[in-house]
Design a protein around this ligand. Sequence first.
Ligand SMILES: O=C(O)CCC(=O)C(=O)O
Length: 254
Amino acid sequence: MIQQGTPFSLEKFHEVGFSGPVQALSLEEADRYYQLFFDTLGMSKYEPGPTKANMSAWHQRHRWAYELATHPNIVDPIQRILGDNVVLWAMHFWYKEPGNGKFIPWHQDINYWPMEPAINATAWVTLGYSVVENGCLRLLPGTHRQRTEHVDLGDAASAFQQGIDEKLIDESKVVDMEMTPGQVVYFNEATFHGSKPNTSAIPRVAFSLRYTTPEVKFKMDEWGGDKERIKTYLVRGVDTHRYNDAIVGKVPVE
Ligand SMILES: O=C(O)CCC(=O)C(=O)O
């Protein structure tokens, strides 16, 4: 069901592992950033097609994406989750053009990340409509208190090779997080989530922002992924620990 934005609830975040949708961007802002997203891809928003563009870390390269990643209305609830000192460390666009047959398997983010200790809050933001038909984000309440191993899925339609065994998912409890432009859902590093393919003509233009706190150290030597994707930006408060000075990001000029 498409819901009106609700205020962020810290109680709900702790109780079920997520809270939202929160209307963080005005419709006008969402529309402007939606246009900028397609401009950056060099694609018309009226002909949203597939792309091979790298969808990660746009906040390191484009000022408009950095502005989004530090937007006060998006970061305010993050500060309530994490406390006074907030470090932005990643951004990734999850774009699904019409008819994109890939699904994002059920997973727990912390299985991928080189963080010690594992503290993260994600803001998942949609710039367009994100509904069942175009493969909206799906969350499983209450799973944020457990750790589950990922297994090989052996499914060519899966966007990741590994994920949580579907047999562990109680479909009757799954929340299809349908959202309208400018809305955000917040979830933590362990909440089970995933999404289905886009079977509609509506592009899904959404992205994740990852935030943590200064007491978290990134173990970059253990990270097998693209090392440039992880850069730290202090977006609220002070860096009390300076553990990640070697990977401090630069704010893009334009
Ligand atoms: O956008 C999706 O469908 C998946 C998002 C996701 O896996 C994430 O933000 O960690």
